[in-house]
Write a protein that binds this ligand. Structure first.
Ligand SMILES: Cc1cc2nc3c(=O)[nH]c(=O)nc-3n(C[C@H](O)[C@H](O)[C@H](O)COP(=O)(O)OP(=O)(O)OC[C@H]3O[C@@H](n4cnc5c(N)ncnc54)[C@H](O)[C@@H]3O)c2cc1C
Length: 443
């Protein structure tokens, strides 16, 4: 059996590896447009920010390791077209310029998403970057190391934008963050994102929310960013205003897509066309809380769904249990996590919900250095079934979100969670842990 995989990072290499493990005789060929396989893009902000100076640590498995397992890998090879009726691919080798046709029995699409580049005046000026691929990270780290680069403007206050802000602060730069919405980190509810804003401002970030970038000024290189409310000096601009599924080349295949271009898949990762599977940022994914498909561009989802796609390509019928949008971020000295529904999502679903916010210590005062954790829970009125949880704190906040995620996953009520037998010892947690305190505060 001949399997072609388009895109060789998280979802693609998870699928390819699974297929090879299940059938060492299967012929698996990976086409990757870029120059690297199987790397953790999630590590890029920390590489740029100098938390890690060895980019190879972000590479989970090298090309040589994949080749040893029998997976054929082609770097700098872009698939230009898929012809489902012929089961053929049109591929360009960017190193030689050659274009050739390959065929497949089964096809895995794992092309991820591309960073959005809006038509802003001056956007192509030297000094304007994005942080999406390993190549972007290598370039940005080199530029940022230049001591002449003092003023950095990050456009976009989502996960990647705020991680970039954190990275540039760590490098000692003057950082401005411009966000069009009236707050940053929209996957969090307002009370929790406000804590991130407070943390950034306390660390000296010039945070400009409710501002729209209108142009990027400069001569040969960038010199400032102009918004509808002001002008900010910039030696370097990082644009992180979102991603769009990299599926444009599939437009005429007939594969069903969502309005944003994400491929529509069932819970076995099948697309609407026989023998074509998809997973990761290029596709939608079943959201267990929303009980429908959603676009969640997260590595958590890409790795799991890629592996499931691999198994199903080999004839299994594994259904993805569903994502919860669980995610975490470090904002300077603050850690924040979220899982399940936020308030806006609960409202969109017309759920009769309640919320509670508590502040509880990560461990008791009779062990040194206890720190507070803020926890917000969203739960169904009446039944008190947990729907969502968000946390922020100096330590212990993020990993507690995993407890909430498991509880939501298993349809637990706050009453059940409030009596769950969690660990207790003074260096780690109180006898009533912060998780219990939040759950028991839900009325
Ligand atoms: C800076 C940063 C930080 C992140 N942090 C986190 C985090 O902390 N937690 C988290 O869960 N997620 C995080 N993510 C998201 C996570 O990295 C992605 O969800 C994940 O990489 C998606 O995997 P994927 O395989 O679907 O797509 P990708 O990793 O984007 O890989 C797709 C590959 O397909 C290739 N490709 C595209 N089109 C073609 C074509 N036509 N032909 C051949 N190849 C093609 C691309 O070159 C690309 O290499 C982060 C992402 C970034 C950029």
């Amino acid at each position: 059996m001949k399997v072609a995989v388009i895109g060789g990072v998280a979802a693609g290499m998870s699928a390819a590896s699974k297929i090879k493990r299940m059938d060492p005789q299967a012929e698996v060929t990976v086409y990757e447009k870029g120059g690297y396989l199987s790397y953790g893009a999630c590590g890029l902000p920390y590489y740029v920010g100098g938390f890690n100076d060895d980019y190879t640590k972000m590479i989970a498995r090298t090309r040589e390791q994949f080749e040893k397992t029998g997976i054929k890998t082609h770097l700098h090879h872009e698939v230009l077209k898929v012809i489902p009726s012929e089961k053929q691919l049109l591929v360009r080798n960017h190193e030689t310029g050659d274009i050739f046709i390959d065929s497949y029995d089964k096809l895995m699409i794992s092309t991820g998403a591309s960073a959005v580049k809006p038509p802003i005046e001056g956007i192509d000026r030297k000094g304007v970057y994005q942080l999406k691929t390993l190549e972007d990270g290598l370039r940005l780290k080199e530029i940022a190391a230049d001591p002449q680069i003092r003023n950095v403007v990050v456009v976009g206050g989502g996960y990647i934008g705020i991680e970039s802000v954190d990275a540039f602060l760590h490098l000692g730069k003057n950082v401005t963050c411009v966000e069009f919405a009236d707050r940053i980190l929209m996957p969090f509810d307002r009370e929790i994102s406000a804590l991130a804003e407070k943390e950034l401002i306390s660390k000296g970030v010039s945070l400009r929310t409710s501002e729209k970038v209108v142009s990027i000024q400069g001569g040969q290189s960038v010199s400032s960013v102009v918004t509808d409310k002001g002008q900010y000096p910039a030696d370097l601009v990082v644009l992180s205003i979102g991603v769009r599924p990299a599926t444009e080349f599939l437009r005429d295949t007939g594969i069903q897509m969502a309005p944003n271009g994400a491929l529509i898949v069932d819970r076995e990762m099948r697309t609407s066309i026989v023998d074509i599977w998809a997973a990761g940022d290029c596709s939608l994914v079943y959201h267990k809380g929303l009980k429908e498909n959603a676009f969640l561009a997260l590595g958590t989802v890409a790795n799991k769904c890629g592996r499931i796609a691999g198994e199903n390509i080999m004839g299994k019928h594994i259904k993805f249990t569903g994502a919860l949008g669980s995610a975490a971020i470090k904002v300077c000295d603050l850690e924040m996590g979220r899982t399940g529904l936020g308030e806006a999502e609960a409202q969109r679903q017309a759920i009769d919900y309640r919320t509670v916010i508590v502040e509880a210590m990560d461990h008791p005062a009779y062990y040194p250095d206890p720190t507070p954790i803020t926890i917000k829970l969203i739960y169904e009125a009446g039944t008190r079934r947990l729907l969502g949880a968000q946390t922020a704190g100096i330590k212990g906040a993020v990993m507690r979100v995993d407890v909430f995620a498991v509880a939501i996953h298993n349809n637990m009520t706050t009453d059940e969670l409030g009596m769950t037998d969690l660990v207790y010892a003074p260096p780690f947690a109180g006898v009533w842990d912060a998780v219990h305190i939040a759950a028991n505060a839900a009325k």
